[in-house]
Design a protein around this ligand. Structure first.
Ligand code: SF4
Length: 740
């Protein structure tokens, strides 16, 4: 591995203007001032959370404001913006007396009202919610679950802030109530990654560590914008650049934040910025497979692959090689939206590297062929044995603090704890461990729960956090589904728009934040580090309860005969059981104090090229080319984040791109052809809906557009999902009409 150069490196500077004055980039120091102002009534508590807690933002992971990758401060604006959720007081229960008065508020305004103070119930015909006791609220929910077929109930957990203990206890409670219909936010982000990684290399998680970024020869980002979503990753990249690492980005849009970045906690980068990406490769949305096919075709033709590794440690290469030989450059160019020269250029970069890390996100997974996209990335990495050794790895980087552990703890309709597939064998083993019968049929995934609700086949929906209305495509359809669910329970720390949707009975339950949970919690980061986050002393919402405790309480009411098996004394007792149920989490039972952690599997999975597949080999995949041809005059629109944390919009203008929420990013070439200029109003129309936007000219592959999510959810077809993991395809074919 290359070493980090200590001296300043003017060749890497983004600009000679100090602090990037006049350049478009986020104002990190302004964010600190804003956080101080927002949390001024609880400054010391806010500081204790930052200094001692594990960040509840993305899944990079922290210990206070430090980490295990670099020296110095680990803190970003995402975390600062989320801080107020943890420190704000409760709202006056009276504001829920009339729901109509809240309907016009945005989700951001609803969050700013304050924490949920107590349980509430709203029944059909009532104008608003009435205060309830915990006993009333839980008996109302339990009564409906008792009278419903288990298959007609569904449970969903979000990922921000949720700990492994909550996922584990929740899925155990749900399974005790007779169903596997428990799902979490991992479904709509990296479910294709876990499916494809498990099948190809036998490991359903990131195979390397963040440290592998710093000093490796090459990092390839695919459909991933860490500048927006995991900002401290840019500090890792700063050090990587200082060590001579090259960075390639395969994407539809030349993301300004990935191009150059000002790392606020590093003097050199804060002053002059850092040029991050050595080369962008712009492809069509969904053009990754043909692009990587071309890259691989070139590497094979030029002898840039490691035949010895392939022969000794992999299977399936001959079929892939034969398939690639049949594919013409013309076809690959047309479908990828790129050129042969570009494919060859990336092939040379990869072929010339001794080690490389591949990082990808939702631009890869959220497609109807999300699993195949991931397989195509794995193919590339396997050509030179870029897995299981220093400076190498496959990294589906996560955007939610709790999401890595969600499926590993079994809070998933398709897997039990330990990522064991739902089926008779797994159910038998779990039944033995838990002492009650565990259902063996897969449950409803999150999108399938909404479908069932829409068809009148779901009687109870219990949602811990999350907001289906703003996460899933076709919000009008989702709203109808929610309205048709006879009983909905929403447990959260603040109000969300889905809580205000009418229904026969709607119950709201106030949750603790992760920092309030007695006994502390753990989360698992992208690099598989299981980290303990202690309880932080400070003000409390008197009636708020931890989600793990509430779901078990509910299950005991539904299945009183199982009360003995559905009880944990505290979170330490949950961790002790996790260690027994999930062998690769052995060690979690010892996490009890701030800073306690371990990285399951060690720094590298598949170390020494021992692949945990049935035959011990890594598997190449001959992946089909997706049909990406568009009708004449149509565009492929993809969805993106602006200044937001997942679906939580924080600012109307994105400081990284300059785009406003209603902007549509369009290439200059397309704008000229349509006789449009920056700021013009256009109507984007898909087969499902229409949306007014303003044109923003951007360095994006012609033929493609980008709009912000969740605003453009009404244009997206909810029925387009990936075949194995059921992730929605968050892209749409649209036409552009100029508005006067
Ligand atoms: S990069 Fe992620 S983990 Fe780190 S402080 Fe920001 S939100 Fe938290």
């Amino acid at each position: 591995m290359r070493t980090v150069r200590k001296a300043w490196s003017p060749l890497l500077w983004a600009s000679w203007k100090p602090f990037g004055l006049g350049e478009a980039h986020p104002n990190a120091y302004g964010e600190i001032g804003r956080a101080v102002w927002e949390n001024r009534d609880q400054l010391s508590y806010a500081w204790r959370i930052l200094n001692h807690g594990v960040c509840d933002g993305c899944a990079l992971g922290t210990k206070g404001i430090r980490d295990w990758t670099i020296e110095g401060v680990h803190l970003c604006a995402v975390r600062l913006r989320l801080l107020r959720l943890n420190t704000q007081p409760a709202f006056d229960p009276g504001i829920l007396a009339d729901v109509d008065s809240l309907q016009s508020k945005t989700s951001a305004q609803l969050r700013e009202l304050g924490r949920l103070p107590c349980p509430f119930i709203r029944r059909k015909g009532e104008k608003g919610f009435k205060r309830a006791t915990w006993d009333e609220a839980l008996e109302t929910i339990a009564g409906r679950i008792r009278s419903a077929e288990p298959a007609r109930t569904g449970y969903y957990l979000t990922s921000r802030g949720i700990g492994n203990e909550t996922y584990y206890a929740a899925q155990k409670a749900v399974r005790a109530m007779g169903t596997n219909s428990v799902d979490n936010a991992a479904r709509v982000c990296h479910s294709p990654s876990t499916v494809a990684l498990k099948q190809t290399v036998g490991a359903a998680a990131t195979t390397c560590s963040y440290k592998d970024w710093i000093g490796t020869d090459l990092i390839v980002f695919i459909g991933s914008n860490v500048a927006n979503n995991q900002p401290v990753a840019m500090k890792y990249l700063y050090y990587a650049k200082k060590a001579g690492t090259r960075v390639a980005v395969v994407n539809t849009y030349r993301e300004p934040g990935m191009d150059r970045y000002w790392v606020p906690s590093n003097l050199e980068s804060a002053l002059f910025g850092t040029r991050i990406t050595d080369r962008f490769f712009l492809v069509h949305t969904g053009g990754d497979i043909p692009f990587f096919d071309g890259v691989l075709k070139h590497m094979i033709e030029r002898g840039l692959i490691d035949r010895a590794f392939i022969e000794q440690h992999t299977v399936g290469f001959a079929a892939l090689e034969a398939e690639l030989a049949r594919r013409s450059w013309t076809e690959l160019e047309r479908l990828s939206g790129s050129t042969r020269a570009e494919m060859e250029a990336l092939g040379e970069m990869i072929g010339g590297a001794k080690n490389a890390v591949f990082v990808w996100s939702m631009g890869v997974t959220q497609h109807a062929f999300g699993e195949d996209n991931v397989r195509a990335i794995v193919n590339l990495a396997l050509t030179r044995g870029f897995v299981g050794r220093e400076g190498c790895g496959l990294m589906p980087i996560r955007g939610h603090s709790g999401v890595q552990g969600g499926a590993e703890m079994g809070a998933y309709a398709s897997v039990f704890p330990g990522s064991v597939p739902v089926g008779p064998e797994g159910a038998r083993d779990l039944s033995r461990l838990w002492g009650f019968e565990v259902p063996s049929e897969p449950g409803l995934t999150a999108p399938a729960m909404i479908d069932a609700a829409h068809q009148g086949k779901l009687e109870v929906l219990f949602s811990v956090g999350g907001n289906f209305l703003e996460v899933l495509p076709e919000p009008a359809y989702v709203q109808e589904a929610l309205e048709r669910t006879p009983l909905r329970a929403h447990m959260d720390i603040v109000l969300s728009s889905q809580m205000l949707v009418d229904g026969e009975t709607v119950v709201l339950l106030p949750a603790c934040t992760r920092y309030e949970v007695h006994g502390g919690i753990t989360e698992t980061t992208t690099e598989r580090r299981v980290v303990f986050s202690p309880e932080i002393p400070g003000p409390r919402i008197e009636e708020a309860r931890p989600e793990w405790e509430v779901l078990l309480d509910l299950a005991r009411r539904v299945r009183p005969a199982l009360a003995g098996q559905l009880h944990f004394e505290n979170t330490a007792a949950i961790r002790a059981e996790i260690a027994r149920a999930v062998p690769f989490y052995d060690g979690i039972q010892h996490l009890a104090r701030e800073g306690d952690q371990f990285q399951y599997g060690g720094p590298h999975l598949c170390a020494d090229w021992k692949f945990p597949t049935a035959d011990g080999k890594a598997h190449f995949s001959a992946v089909s080319l997706p049909n990406a041809d568009l009708p004449a005059g149509a565009f492929l629109m993809s969805t993106r984040r602006g200044k937001q944390f997942n679906s939580m919009v924080q600012e109307l203008t994105d400081a990284l791109t300059g785009a406003e929420r209603e902007s549509v990013l369009m290439s200059g070439e397309d704008a000229d052809r349509l006789e449009l200029k920056a700021g013009d109003k256009v109507l984007l129309r898909s087969e499902l809906g229409a949306m007014e936007c303003r044109v923003q000219i951007a360095p994006i592959r012609p033929g493609n557009l980008q709009t912000h999510w969740p605003e453009s959810g009404a244009l997206i077809d909810r029925q387009r999902r990936s075949p194995q993991s059921g992730i929605p395809d968050y892209n749409a074919v649209v036409r552009v009409e100029k508005l006067l």
